[in-house]
Design a protein around this ligand. Sequence first.
Ligand code: AMP
Length: 187
Amino acid sequence: MTKAKGLIFLGPPGSGKGTQAQILAANLQIPHISTGEILRKAIAEGTPLGKQAKGYVDQGDLVPDELLLDLIKERLNQADAQNGWILDGFPRTVNQAIFLDRLLAEIGDFSDCVVNLEVPEAVLIQRLLSRGRQDDTEETIRHRLEVYHSQTAPVINYYQGRGQINAVDGNRPPAEISDSLKAMITG
Ligand code: AMP
């Protein structure tokens, strides 16, 4: 039997990784696990997680690992995640990537494939400004991009060092990107 597949979607804010992850997950019939979505839902519902995370998300800062790591572990152990999943927005730091490696080793029989959606910075800013999410103000966008460069970009090097990165040009019409991703994963 082939190993179940975990797909890890990397890319800066505004790269379209959420949209693409959602389309591909529906296509492959595996869960799309977005930490940003989980946090936004928790904030909207006013759960204890939401209350603790709100300040960080509003500012465009990363929420502390204590709030997320157990949650990821639980989510990847759920029944619907046993045949595969797409992680969107996690790992966001090298520490989270190391945690995920350990977790996958624990779960066993999982191969992970990392996709990095590449989009020029000027395009990202334009997209984010037109998106209108609550954390998409000009100041927060600038900050989220800074956080991305300082804390998340090193995750690319982490996987690159193991030859695990699949770079995908994210500056194309969405349908074209979807086709490339589908071909890459199923091909
Ligand atoms: P996203 O929808 O992926 O852009 O995430 C929105 C916000 O949720 C981020 O700006 C962070 O505040 C928080 N967030 C999402 N994923 C993570 C993560 N893996 N680690 C820390 N914070 C996260």
